[in-house]
Design a protein around this ligand. Structure first.
Ligand SMILES: *[C@@H]1O[C@H](CO)[C@@H](O)[C@H](O)[C@H]1NC(C)=O
Ligand SMILES: *[C@@H]1O[C@H](CO)[C@@H](O)[C@H](O)[C@H]1NC(C)=O
Ligand SMILES: *[C@@H]1O[C@H](CO)[C@@H](O)[C@H](O)[C@H]1NC(C)=O
Length: 302
């Protein structure tokens, strides 16, 4: 599934570019994308490995006979604008009442008592099903200020509690190949947008071409899953050039500039060079120059 770009391929690309004597043919654009793709993948993987929704901390698993089935010091993550669910499964009840308390603010604030709210903020509610024994605290439209420590307390004698940590993440979109993508007229345009640091699937993902929403345009197909969306457009022409936006619910949007190059431009290396020069990294260019310089020196000496 992961796209693996072997360093050798990148050197092969450099070789093609050099052997084409600095004329920027479409192969160099593929190289550019390959270099970017490998970098984007690494960044994406690094982000993903940091996101885990529920992580009970070590050494505090519930023991037999304890009141709670949820591990003490469990950590939960929720994205800004999303819904957080802080677990609290109470096994032994003894007619106690379950309360949720925000613990890390002064004074500590009681949020819910039993099934009822205790503060005038309807974002907080308790989710309870008798057969599940759960008394989860649900927080809707999560804000950065909701991050912190929460206590699930059972008023047995003496009262007993577990603590749940809520971490709040800020989801953001990223389009593979950004900031610039070059495609040939007549080919299909495929944009892959990944959503980083999200804790729930997006309710929607809107795609814009410049200012216009294009999800339902003829010839356009959009697929959405838990952490990504793919826009596909058959038979691109020069009118499809422009700024594309991937705008998922509850995430920072991402942009990419798409350049559709018609046949005339393709046969004219000068136009291609102009169109793609902004996207070529200086490092890649310097490497090419170096290889060319070495080759010239070598042929002069022999
Ligand atoms: C959970 O941990 C806190 C402190 O880390 C402790 O005061 C509390 O008693 C623990 N709860 C249970 C049920 O062990
Ligand atoms: C693309 O459009 C968005 C919103 O319309 C804008 O914020 C962004 O700066 C644009 N990007 C470029 C490179 O023009
Ligand atoms: C191709 O691009 C050139 C330069 O941008 C333009 O003058 C020409 O009209 C385009 N041809 C077609 C068929 O779109």
């Amino acid at each position: 599934m992961a796209v693996i770009v072997h360093p050798l391929n990148i050197y092969m690309c450099l070789f093609f570019v050099v052997s084409a004597e600095m004329i920027l043919t479409p192969s160099s654009l593929i190289c550019q994308d390959m270099v970017k793709l490998s970098r984007d993948r690494r960044a994406y993987e690094a982000h993903r490995s940091r996101d885990n929704v529920v992580k009970p901390s070590s050494g505090s698993s519930p023991s037999r006979g304890s009141v709670f089935a949820t591990a003490n010091s469990t950590s939960v993550a929720a994205q800004i604008g999303g819904t957080a669910k802080l677990p609290c499964i109470v096994r032994k009840f003894n007619n106690g009442v379950v309360s949720w308390i925000r613990k890390d603010i002064t004074p500590p604030t009681i949020l819910t008592v039993g099934l009822g709210p205790y503060i005038a903020d309807d974002r907080f509610m308790v989710e309870h099903a008798r057969h599940l024994q759960n008394w989860d605290l649900v927080i809707k439209h999560v804000r950065p200020s909701d991050a912190g420590l929460y206590e699930c307390q059972v008023s047995t004698h003496p009262a007993t509690s577990i603590f749940i940590e809520l971490r709040v993440t800020e989801a953001s979109a990223e389009i593979i190949g950004a900031p610039d993508l070059h495609v040939r007229a007549g080919s299909s345009l495929r944009l892959v947008c990944t959503i980083l640091r999200s804790t729930e699937p997006p309710v929607y993902v809107f795609w814009y071409h410049d200012q216009r929403m294009i999800n339902h345009d003829v010839g356009v197909s959009v697929t959405i899953d838990r952490t990504s969306s793919v826009l596909q457009l058959q038979d691109a022409d020069t009118t499809h050039s422009g700024n594309y936006t991937c705008d998922p619910a509850n995430a920072i949007p991402a942009y990419i500039n798409v350049h559709v190059l018609n046949a005339t431009e393709e046969e004219n290396p000068a136009a291609m060079l102009h169109a793609s020069s902004s996207g070529i990294s200086t490092a890649l260019f310097m490497t090419i120059m170096l290889i060319v310089a070495v080759n010239i020196t070598f042929s002069l000496n022999s």
